[in-house]
Design a protein. Structure first.
Length: 336
């Protein structure tokens, strides 16, 4: 009886295994579809795909919000069971890009009896639609530099002001030498309630006029700074000097309530779009962003009341310690 050599037999076995795996992978297919041809910043659109299966699986893992890049924000996801071996998923996405982008190839994992099979969607291109006018898209030529005659009167005015300041300085210190030095007084700083500060800042923005691009820009800057200041006062982090991404990272690292983090992400992202991407929102969009800030205030009042009360007590304790130290260094004032 003729025996087959071991090495060719091993190659044949590997070829059959690869062919078997290819047949299993091809038994499942996924078809994707996006309801858009061009987008501008802030646009919402639907992205969906259909999964065709050859059998029932123990578990199917679909793409979540972490599967999309930074310019796409997942607002809603729905799954529909079309048939026993066909599923359909619909994603509601919001586009925040300022250039052409792509929905990447997304994995769908099929789990059965401890084995996992992964199928991938095809990438979908997203075309960016600018809101600039055609004539504004080109850089305008620089204006020529004009030469002006030097004016002499500002120098004369500065000299007169310097003489007046010198006379006031001499008179003030000569009188101060004649009078006795006033006794020092203990001064305590008031406690700044972060919730009250946030509430006052939002109240000032509620009825502000939004009639020009500059007013929209200043509104969003002030709205974002109100929330940044709240976190800076509450957690002592440099929120006013940090980028939106750095603030969100710090909040996630501190395990801050996700409702606050979500409201903060929405307000700061739209403020950044207005400041840096030349995005001009509508009044309805501005009112919606302000509503998110009011919801942030309501959640913060519920979550942080006890923490702020503790901060108030610590502030009063520091004042008492400072008062004791002042009295120790100025015993004559205590006797008086």
């Amino acid at each position: 009886m003729t025996s087959i050599p071991r090495f060719p037999l091993l190659i044949i076995t590997i070829i059959f295994l690869i062919a078997g795996n290819s047949a299993i992978s091809s038994a499942q297919t996924v078809e994707e579809f996006a309801t858009t041809d061009s987008l501008k910043a802030g646009d919402l659109f639907n992205y969906s795909f259909t999964l065709k299966k050859d059998q029932g699986y123990d578990r199917i893992i679909y793409p979540d919000s972490a599967s999309f890049n930074d310019v796409l924000e997942l607002r809603k996801r729905q799954r529909f069971s079309v048939a026993d071996f066909k599923d359909s998923l619909s994603y509601r996405l919001q586009f925040w890009g300022v250039a052409n982008d792509t929905i990447p190839s997304l994995p769908v994992k099929l789990v059965s009896n401890g084995d996992t099979t992964t199928v991938y969607t095809q990438p979908v291109p997203l075309l960016f639609k600018t809101v600039l006018q055609g004539e504004d898209a080109e850089f305008r030529p620089l204006k020529p530099i004009f030469q002006f005659f030097a004016a002499w009167w500002p120098w004369l005015l500065a000299f007169l002001l310097l003489l007046i300041a010198a006379a006031i300085f001499y008179w003030f210190y000569s009188k101060r030498g004649e009078e006795s030095e006033p006794a020092p007084e203990f001064k305590s700083s008031p406690f700044l309630d972060p919730l009250k500060e946030l509430e006052n800042n939002l109240r000032q923005l509620k009825d502000v006029s939004l009639d020009s691009e500059e007013q929209f820009k200043q509104f969003y800057i002030n709205l974002g700074d109100a929330i940044r200041l709240y976190f800076e006062q509450l957690y002592h982090i440099p929120a006013l000097e940090s980028t939106s991404r750095e603030i969100i990272y710090e909040l996630d690292r501190r395990a801050i309530d996700q409702r606050l983090v979500e409201q903060t992400r929405i307000v700061l992202r739209e403020a950044d779009m207005v400041k840096f991407a030349k995005f001009t929102p509508t009044r309805e969009q501005a009112k919606g962003t302000y509503k998110k800030a009011e919801e942030f205030l309501s959640i913060a009042q519920t979550l942080h009341g006890s923490r702020i009360q503790q901060m108030r007590q610590q502030h009063l304790a520091r004042i008492q310690e400072n008062r004791k130290e002042f009295n120790r260094q100025n015993p004559q004032e205590v006797q008086a």
